[in-house]
Structures are given as C-alpha cells and as structure tokens.
Ligand binder design. Structure first.
Ligand code: ZN
Length: 426
C-alpha cells in the first residue's frame, strides 16, 4: 500500500512509469505498479520531473518592488543604492511575510529548493533573522539554504566582517561575497581570500557574487578558483554571475576556464537579471551580459541557471518560474540545438541540485518524494511552453495543483479546442 502513486507519466529520460511513494520517500518506479494507494495522480501523457532548484536568489529583497521607489536607471548600482534605502524602512515581519509569499509562488511552480543570499551589512541582522525564521517555517515543504552576503563590500563597509561572522554563528549555511564592489581590484581579491579562508575554517561552502560587471579586467573568478585549490575547497565553491567573462580577452580565458575546471568551481549565471542590467553603459554594439556558458560546459564545469531576483530593486518582473529563467538563458547563450535545449532543462533541475549539494534528489527509489507534473510531453516542450505545473509533490505530500490551460476555440471547420503540444517531425 503506497501513500501516493503518480501514474503513467513520462520521465525526463523518456521512460513511461508509475511512481509509488511511501511517507516522504520514493518507494518504487516501475512501468506499471499494481499496488493500492491512498491517493493517485494521473500523469498519463504528461512530463514528471524532479522539482526545480534555484541556486541563486535574494529572498530578503523579493516582492519589495516600488518600496520606497522603483529603479529609474535599471542599473545594478542604482539597485544597490535603492536596496540601501529599503533597508532603512524594513521590518522583520515585512521581510518574513514577503519571503513566505514568495515561497508560496515557488511551491506552486514546482520550485522546491532555493539557495538565497541574505544581506549581512546591517548591524541589526534583520534580514538574517527573518530568513532564518522562514527557513524553519518552510522546511516541511521547501529546502531553503542561506548565504551570508556582505552586500556593501567586505572591506568597503567597516562592519561587514563582524556582521558576516555573526550571521554564520546564527546558522547561515554558506559564505558569500561581492569582490567587484570593493573599492579596488586588490581589495576585491583580498576579500575573496579572506572569505574562502573563513569557509575553510568552518567547513562551509562558498557562493560568491563574482565579476557582475562588463569590465573585462574584473578577474576575481581567477582568485576564487585559485583559493579553492589552495584551501582544498574543491566541489563546494560556486561563482555567481561571472558576467565580465563575456568581454574578457580570449587568450586569458583559454587559461582561466581550465583553472575553474581543475578547481571544481561551479558557475551560476542569472540570465533574466543580467540581460536586463548589463550593457547599460554600452551604446552599440551592446553586450549581452551573460558569461561563457557553453564554453564552460564543454570544459566540464557545472553550470546552472539561477533566478536572482523577483520584483525587487534590481528586477521588476518574475514569477518563481525556473523555466522562464532557462528559456531566457537558452536564448541569450544561443543554446538552440536539441541537446543544448535539453541541457537547459537539466540545468534548472539536476545540475542546480548538485551545485547546492541537495541530498536525496531524483526520481529513483530511495530519493526524497518530491516531483512536479508538467503539461508537456518532454523537457524541451516544457521549456517552450513554460508548461503549467499540473501537480507538485513535496516530501510525499501533494502541495499544489494548477488546472490545465487548454484553449477553447470557436472557428469554422476547426477543432473546438487545443493544447499547444507539438512533436518534432509530426
Ligand atoms: Zn545575486
């Protein structure tokens, strides 16, 4: 007797299978399960995937768009200034309630694990305490990891070091940083070294905002990869954004990419936000603001798409939909080959889960019973349609359902309704 069976769905690898769930674990994945179940979800003809994972977000800022004003220039720097204004009027309850509302959006979109940065440049640590509370509240249905993020610069803000250490003492999971925001390149490099040493001492992962600029001389990813190797942090370090790589000299990059690969540093580009923020100082030609995704993947580097922002000082849109993120990334990185499109789907599921070290992830027996049923025939179709999440199961419980969005038509000689499915060659 299973608690729940998801019947007849198509898995990302193309197999058609029933998934039997007992408690919070997947108990069986078979072409046809004969056992009884307390509850059944019919997924015949639909895609069943492990849940979406977002490896880069800012939950202390989300859903604050327009408070106290909007970002007029659309730049990263005005966003940071605006965030400073918002911090002055923020309350614990407001941050907590906005974060919880965003987690509701996330669950409805099958996004069940999020790594969120939290600003530690605040003597009150108000955002840190609010998000630690949120992490506990959502734990039964959403895995939230927190990164200690000295937004105003580890050395640029005189209190940042102490407050970042205090945040880690309170239970924040990951060490973050923002070397390109320090006053000099030398300070940026020093901040990378200091933060990697802090992570090594405490046995924590590192996830650093790195080179989120159009300046090709912003090369802090080099220091991050070097320190990862020097301190033996291989496999637990990520560089987020890395946008300056789009404008770096090709010879330099031919040395840099093998260094990142050897160091086992993962890359987290955030295509929605960076296609919006970067290139704002360019006239024409105007740069795309995305790092070298395919080139890093070809070198064996783990690259996962992140969302970064939803309705906050930096980005006015967003719906917690990781398929939107992958869809934008696919376009900006020109990943149009069927294998590349498929990889974009994997990037927002399996690759992101591996980058943030999520345990028990997948659709095999013994894995955590979390999955999403999508109104699509396969992963690439899910991307094309940004498919409706028909059902979301988290840790064994059915937590969200959304009706299918078929259109009804009234046209002479045409069918009365349709679903925008399409198979190549048909
Ligand atoms: Zn960010």
């Amino acid at each position: 007797m299973f608690d729940l069976i998801v019947k007849g769905g198509t898995l990302p690898d193309g197999r058609v299978a029933d998934i039997g769930i007992s408690g919070d674990r997947i108990a069986a994945v078979e072409p046809r399960l004969e056992g009884e179940a307390r509850e059944t979800v019919d997924a015949t003809g639909d895609l069943v995937s492990p849940p979406f994972v977002d490896p880069h977000f800012h939950m202390d800022a989300t859903l604050s768009y327009g408070i106290p004003r909007v970002n007029g220039s659309g730049t990263l720097l005005e966003g940071i200034a605006l965030w400073g204004e918002l911090k002055g009027v923020m309350t614990h309850e407001a941050v907590r309630d906005r974060a919880l509302a965003y987690c509701d959006w996330a669950v409805s979109m099958g996004l069940l694990a999020i790594r969120s940065h939290v600003d530690t440049c605040d003597d009150r640590l108000l955002g840190v305490e609010a998000l630690l509370e949120v992490r506990d509240i959502v734990r039964p249905y959403l895995d939230l990891q927190l990164v200690a993020f000295p937004q105003d610069g580890l050395f640029r803000d005189p209190a940042a070091w102490d407050n970042t250490v205090r945040a880690l003492d309170l239970g924040v999971d990951v060490v973050g940083g923002i070397p390109h925001f320090e006053r000099t390149m030398a300070d940026g490099a020093r901040s990378v070294t200091a933060l990697c040493e802090l992570a090594a001492e405490r046995g924590l992962p590192v996830d650093m905002h790195c080179d989120e600029t159009d300046d090709p001389m912003s090369r802090h990813i080099e220091t991050l990869a070097y320190e990862t190797q020097r301190l033996g942090l291989q496999g637990r370090v990520a560089g987020s954004h890395l946008t300056s790589m789009h404008s770096m000299d090709n010879y330099y990059v031919s040395k840099l990419i093998p260094l990142i690969a050897e160091a086992g540093v993962a890359a987290i580009p955030n295509p929605l936000i960076n296609i919006m923020l970067q290139g704002r100082h360019d006239s024409f030609p105007k740069r795309r603001g995305l790092t070298r995704v395919k080139e890093m993947q070809a070198a064996g580097i783990a690259v996962g798409w992140g969302q970064d922002c939803v309705r906050d000082p930096w980005y006015p849109l967003g719906t917690a939909d990781m398929l939107d993120v992958a869809f934008m990334g696919l376009h900006v990185a020109q990943m149009s080959h069927p294998e590349e499109m498929r990889r974009c789907f994997d990037m927002v599921t399996e690759t992101n889960a591996a980058i943030i070290g999520l345990e028990g992830y997948g659709l095999a027996p013994g894995c955590t019973a979390s999955l999403v049923v999508l109104d699509a025939g396969d992963p690439v179709e899910a991307l094309r349609l940004r498919a409706t999440r028909l059902a979301v199961v988290s840790k064994g419980k059915l937590v969200a359902r959304t009706p299918r969005a078929d259109a009804a038509l009234d046209l002479p000689g045409r069918p009365g309704g349709m679903r925008r499915r399409h198979r190549a060659g048909s």
